[in-house]
Design a protein around this ligand. Sequence first.
Ligand code: COA
Length: 385
Amino acid sequence: MARFSSVHARTIRFEPHELGRPWEEVQVHVGDELVSWMQTVDVAHRLHGAELTSLGVVGVHTADAHQKQGHMRFMLEAALRRSEARRLMMSTLYGGVPDLYHRWGYATVMPEITITIATGVAKLAISSHSVRLADEGDWPAMARVYNRATSSVNGSRVRVPDRWPGPRQGTYFGRLKTWSLVVADSRGRVVGYCTCDGESVAHSATQEMGVCEISVADAHADSYRAAASLVSAIADVAVKRRVAGITFHLHPEGTVGRYLANHETTVNVVRPVGQAQMVRISDPHAVLKALDSYVGQQAALLDPSRPERVAVRTEHGVGYLMLGGHGLPQVVRLQTSRLAEIIFGYRSATELRAVHGVRLSRRDAEMLDVLFPQMDSYCCWPDRY
Ligand SMILES: CC(C)(COP(=O)(O)OP(=O)(O)OC[C@H]1O[C@@H](n2cnc3c(N)ncnc32)[C@H](O)[C@@H]1OP(=O)(O)O)[C@@H](O)C(=O)NCCC(=O)NCCS
């Protein structure tokens, strides 16, 4: 790749973002020309009962004329160093370009899941609650419903009710326009909500043919009855717009997902590798420390002769799994990308060893599989920065 060389100095700036702190606008200039830019935001993701701090990265771009000269590398590495100095444990991003971000240790850690239901089937949902369009005043209540529903969903982001700025986007990154519905109980308390993509130009052009869908980027409810009311209200919108189906982007184990599982639906699970929702472990010590209590509980499932502790050596330093057994301390070597896949449950250690040639003894792989069984982590679309 052609390396950057210019008579002008290359500089990086961390500017205020229109959304305020903890967002930042990162810019690379050559002389006074802007060549690369992205936005970052400090967030926290839940994992096994802990909250892991992360630098969310979004909107990475290098101007066409300046690509392939190392500007993005320069920018991302500077932002990561800055986040490490602030003790953020990880970095998360949505990799839209395949096979790019692994260079910095990012690994895909969650599947993309959609559940599609025909409008006619959704229309059969029985509504027992009132449902109305949400406005800004509903954001704190929506954040509370979300937190109740996702407190044990690995990968989900933490929304601070009084500071949550509402759904910043729907699915994918061009869909900044959204509409939300809230479900209220008989006392007017918000017990469910959904956020859907706003109409795109393509949608308006094809809706007359009745082939379009309503795309739900996020939906949570406190109960099945609230979920049914929500689905019924979305179906009403679908009927009004004459669209054939509704696609929900959500974790199938949430209340809305489980409600939908009782109906005829099409569930599509994509397990991307090297793209989509990715995590980079910047500080393995801090990440594994945060998981101490979870690891302690899982370790009880292992034989008492398990090691007292396991040092996990990575290219970003050492972290420890405190197993509390009678056995001697042990060392396991793993790249942080593999460690991320294992702790988020995306791939089992045994699979990494057998299928992907990761150098682990069978015994170590089996031990890691007991500590971190496979499961689907999930981050809702509006939380992907
Ligand atoms: C992707 C993009 C940001 C890369 O910017 P850039 O300044 O050209 O990247 P760099 O020159 O710093 O390259 C860094 C590394 O990524 C690699 N790379 C760059 N573009 C790549 C691409 N499209 N696919 C795969 N690898 C790529 C380079 O080969 C280089 O690897 P190396 O250092 O190991 O040789 C730029 O092409 C772009 O703005 N594309 C359009 C917007 C976009 O797709 N953004 C990403 C959204 S997730």
